[in-house]
Design a protein around this ligand. Sequence first.
Ligand SMILES: Cc1ncc(COP(=O)(O)O)c(C=O)c1O
Length: 355
Amino acid sequence: MLDLKIERTTAPKEKPTDETKLGFGHIFTDHMFVMNYDTGMGWHDARIVPFGNITLSPAAMCLHYGQEIFEGLKAYRTAEGSVQLFRPQENFKRMNVSAERMVIPQIDEEFMLHALKELIKLEQDWVPHTDGASLYIRPFIFATDPYVGVRPADHYLFMIILSPSGAYYSTGLNPVKIYVEQKYVRAVRGGTGFAKTAANYAISLKGQDEAHAQDYEQVLWLDGVEQKYIEEVGSMNIFFVIDGEVITPKLTGSVLPGITRKSALEICKKRGYKVSERRITIQEVADAYDAGKLDEVFGTGTAAVISPVGHLKWGEKIMTINDNKIGPISQMLYDTMTGIQWGKIEDEFGWVVKI
Ligand SMILES: Cc1ncc(COP(=O)(O)O)c(C=O)c1O
């Protein structure tokens, strides 16, 4: 296994005192993980160093051709004060799938879990204490060759930064308003939809803007060929409960294989629900709604865990789901997953990794 060097900061930052004001993604901890890749040498110089700016050539390939991948997961503080991760191996596994698609060199998943644990140990005082708040973890890899030309790079940086983040639902599990995008698409067959790469998010901004302009919070993407089949939401996978059947679009290559999605499916199966991963059209959802059979709609993702959908707008049709209230399956999944993440209930699936 690679060596991991640790250089501690001599100027630790003031930690936020009011955890209700953490928000998301703008406060960073004292240290970060860095590792270099050079063709011929492989990954080397793994280190934890003080958090700070980096220098890059203006010609760095990531800036021009977007050869980049990332991940997102969280560290949670239990009531006893210990810190734990939720299925982190899945994130490093997915990172290697993204890397393969973006022609980025593979990482050693076991070493990365070790390095992440060391980083969190060093930063454990940054893991928030407030119920629902957590430490967001952002691993990412990008191409650094100073070269203006399209080819896979020979030099990369792998970094992990950490950001304390506030409770997603500080005022209860409020259902979100979702807008079905009919003009733009997020991913196409043979494209990069299943990879966690910057381009997928850049491409989604336009639809997101239009949704916001109409007072909707997030976009529901349809397939890139016929714009009939449901794919996923901006940063969540999507589930429908129709006549007692729990349905989520199957992974056909244009949808991100969410770890919360996978966990929700496993919980539902274990609890005896009828679960289907299959193609589902927006028309089928609208028909179920008209027939009074659309019981619940919810998104799954690391940020919100479970996000009940209260309103779904498809063209002129506005569907109000379950009276704009959270449904029983969404609530059960939220309670089970957050219970396991914050160590409030038994981890019957063996998902937690303790720091
Ligand atoms: C496009 C997209 N879909 C789905 C998800 C949910 O994935 P996960 O459950 O692994 O957070 C995310 C968030 O990471 C995402 O960015």
